[in-house]
Design a binder for this molecule. Structure first.
Ligand SMILES: Nc1nc2c(c(=O)[nH]1)N[C@H]1C(S)=C(S)[C@@H](COP(=O)(O)OP(=O)(O)OC[C@H]3O[C@@H](n4cnc5c(N)ncnc54)[C@H](O)[C@@H]3O)O[C@H]1N2
Ligand code: MOO
Length: 408
């Protein structure tokens, strides 16, 4: 009974990431763009800001007029006027002059710096004393300093976060062209797996994978769609797979990916038209019985049924493919160093991902590996991250400082 799996190296599987298509583009309102990926380059229609702008309340001055000013020897400046907010000043600052200005006001021509009001005193209606010297450019944002008109400000593939949303607003984008969310079909398999709304009798288990995988798809920027549960009977999976392929960019089938008598995922994938199985078995633990097929131009995954395995495989293998489908560059999860609380053994020739709890210790963390079978969902509930043990490493020693890759 050998030869079922022709196990692929993890990095070789992930290297296939660029061989699947990116989703098409759509125009959506700026308000809906958080978490989406830009489809094209964005240029601003105006300089941001469009004028030299005070960053402090005080007086617009020529910096050179304040050189040498101090508490004991203040500079005296004539008041040339007051800058109204939202308007051009309408006067030019001459030598030895100052103009009252508020934060965000436009510097009059001739001014190149702002002195803060607390570093000045009003002598009379027309004169101020300045107690500090300000260099040209001080307390001023110059025209185009954030972004220059016509220059590209965001490149295609940029993930839109809060800061990018603000920049798009400044650039006048009421709508934005983004990649469509990859739609991901999810199918669970197994005669023993029942929908969440039912109460299991002995031998049955509620469908966990549809819900963990849906949440992980959403977190990665995809749009999950459940196609239900296929029983183990001959021909039960095929219609669900066909339906999922008709409307989705990617399909995840969990369970039935191993080599048992009832494991029909592989044959259902093989029977689909224009199907090519690229991977059956990956040298990782958990997650060895993972399948990747290309059906048409779509990736279809057979994920291990064990609940923690399905989640780990999604995290380390499927997620990069989903991010790539959105056109976003792959961004690795943040990693924190932590002190390992016990030895972990690992077989050579496969990459292990150890579910780990992080506990605050001094200025950092200690990493407590969570022993537990990959069929137990609570191991993922308690895990804060994963420790990766590479295929050429036999294990890790207690008290080693190891990188823990954070889970969302
Ligand atoms: N002789 C061998 N047996 C197994 C091997 C092996 O190499 N040789 N690999 C084991 C490993 S590792 C895993 S992982 C599982 C994966 O098998 P399948 O992908 O075929 O998964 P199933 O057998 O269908 O299910 C495994 C387990 O998970 C439960 N399950 C399945 N789907 C769900 C769901 N949606 N929600 C909750 N729980 C689910 C299922 O009831 C089983 O208990 O194979 C090992 N066996
Ligand atoms: O691959 Mo199984 O996923 O080790 O538990």
């Amino acid at each position: 009974m050998t030869g079922f799996f022709n196990v692929s190296d993890l990095d070789d599987v992930i290297a296939r990431v660029g061989s699947f298509p990116v989703t098409g583009a759509e125009e959506i309102p700026l308000e809906a763009a958080l978490g989406r990926t830009l489809a094209g380059e964005i240029a601003s229609d105006v300089d941001i800001p469009g004028f030299d702008r005070a960053t402090m309340d005080g007086y617009a001055v020529k910096g050179a007029d304040t050189f040498g000013a101090s508490d004991g020897s203040p500079a005296w400046l004539r008041l040339a006027g007051t800058v109204a907010m939202g308007e051009e000043p309408g006067f030019v600052l001459g030598q030895g002059e100052a103009a009252a200005i508020s934060t965000g006001g436009m510097l009059p021509d001739g001014a190149d710096a702002v002195v803060m009001v607390e570093h000045t005193d009003r002598v009379d209606e027309a004169t101020i004393e300045v107690y500090r010297s300000v260099a040209p450019g001080h307390h001023v944002i110059t025209r185009g300093e954030d972004f220059e008109r016509g220059r590209g400000i965001l490149v295609p593939g940029t993930l839109i976060g809060p800061a990018e949303a603000g920049l798009l607003a400044a650039a006048g984008c009421t709508t934005v062209a983004v990649r469509k969310k990859p739609r991901v079909g999810i199918v669970s398999t197994g005669d023993e797996v029942i929908p969440v709304g039912q109460t299991p009798v002995r031998g049955q288990i509620r469908d966990i994978n549809t819900h963990t995988l849906s949440a992980m798809v959403t977190e990665a920027g995809g749009d999950p769609l459940s196609f239900g549960i296929a029983g183990d009977g001959e021909g039960e999976l095929e219609p669900l797979l066909e339906k999922a392929l008709a409307s989705c960019d990617m399909v995840l089938i969990s369970g039935g990916s191993s080599v048992g008598m009832r494991d029909r995922t592989l044959s259902a994938m093989e029977r689909a038209p224009e199907s090519r199985v690229l991977v059956h078995g990956i040298a990782i633990s958990p997650g060895k019985p993972t399948i990747l097929a290309r059906i048409g131009d779509k990736p279809v995954w057979g994920l291990p049924g064990h609940v923690a395995s399905a989640m780990v495989v999604f995290e380390v293998v499927v997620r990069p493919f989903l991010l790539a489908a959105t056109g976003a560059p792959f961004t690795a999860r943040p990693v924190v160093p932590a002190r390992l609380t016990r030895n972990i053994a690992s077989a050579q020739g496969r990459t292990d991902f150890v579910r780990t709890r992080l506990v605050a210790e001094g200025d950092g963390y200690r990493a407590e590996p969570l022993p537990g079978k990959s069929g137990l969902i609570h191991t993922m509930v308690h895990a804060h991250g994963l420790i990766r043990i590479n295929r050429d490493t036999e294990g890790l020693y207690r008290d080693a400082i190891v990188p823990v890759r954070l889970l969302p």
